[in-house]
Design a protein around this ligand. Sequence first.
Ligand SMILES: Cc1ncc(COP(=O)(O)O)c(C=O)c1O
Length: 398
Amino acid sequence: MDFKASQKLENLAPYAFKEINDRVTALKEKGITPIDFGVGDPSDPTPNFVIEALNKGAIKHAKSGYPSYIGLKEFREAAAQYMQRRFNVSLNPETEITSNIGSKEAIFNFPQAFLEQDDYVIIPSPGYPPMKTGTTFAGGKCYFTPLLEKNNFLIDFESIPKEIAEKAKIIWLNYPNSPTGAVATKEYYKKLIDWAHTHNIIIAADEGCYIDIYFDEKPLSILEVAKEGIVAFYSLSKRNNMTGYRVGFVCGDEKLISIFKRLKTNIDSGTPNFIQEAAIAALDNDTHCQEMCASYSQKADILLEALKQIGLETHKPKATFYLWQKVPTGMSDIEFAKRLLSPEIGIVVTPGSLISDKCDDGINPGENYVRFALVPSIEEVKLASQLLIDNQKKIELQ
Ligand SMILES: Cc1ncc(COP(=O)(O)O)c(C=O)c1O
């Protein structure tokens, strides 16, 4: 039998990471285990108190049954309490919150609830890939808008052509931003909301993945500014080292949430109840996040010092566990990433161009950057920093 992938799948960009992955495989074949700053998957374990709640939850829900696709009432209440405590945002757990099975699925699926064929979705570049793939699979068109240092990596919404704004149904935001580490201010959100309301565009804010991982001021939620026409996506994956649990929530404008819930009934069957019990415990605890922030901050400082020592321009991010590092002038991000994968260094990073898309001006804004995810242990970060310093000559332009 002959099977072919669908045209939609074929149309997605070819697997761009292959060149980097091949190098990693070659290193492993030589017996070298690279230090992996590539994928943003925390290497620390889920906190014990969460695992205990999970175990108790499994006993409590011994009669399994399908979970509710919108989440247990207790989970939605815990999400509402978290939003109240953390941002002073009041949400009705019945109408303004639904659980998700991790933000990835929610972000991918969300456009299907609102798009007609060829509607535009405005997407930041660099950006989280499901914003793009979800739009394409829903029949929509992507308009990529660049996140540039000169704009503090905020979307310059005023530069979006009027004809695009008129045809756009959704704008995706992601602050605290992966990979740039930027955060948005209240003033910025106010102006952006006015602009989106003028054009009748839904604001889909993927804000909750890194909102509790910050180094100075607490990042704010866009829902502190307004709720109408806005939904915010939350995830426990990074906040509590729970990437494998697949749990989070979506909250905001009740009209949007109600439509999204209708879509969800057709797609998934909800997060398992015992996992929601673990998530309730996790959402209720902030101490754990403070410890994580201190650890990520320490890792950032160690690595930034080494990057500075080898002559690179460095900036500490405001939030998230990523460094969006400029590569030496005259060298491409791919070349820089490859040099870090030489056997003497053995460090994996993500080339910026592979997580960014070309924008209107034909430029890919990730071209001169690589992303470090600060997920290796402190010892590994120290070792990686020393390797960078010891091998400066291998990294520099010759
Ligand atoms: C910006 C951003 N949003 C959302 C997610 C989704 O996380 P999850 O599906 O684990 O909730 C990620 C994961 O890496 C991310 O980086």
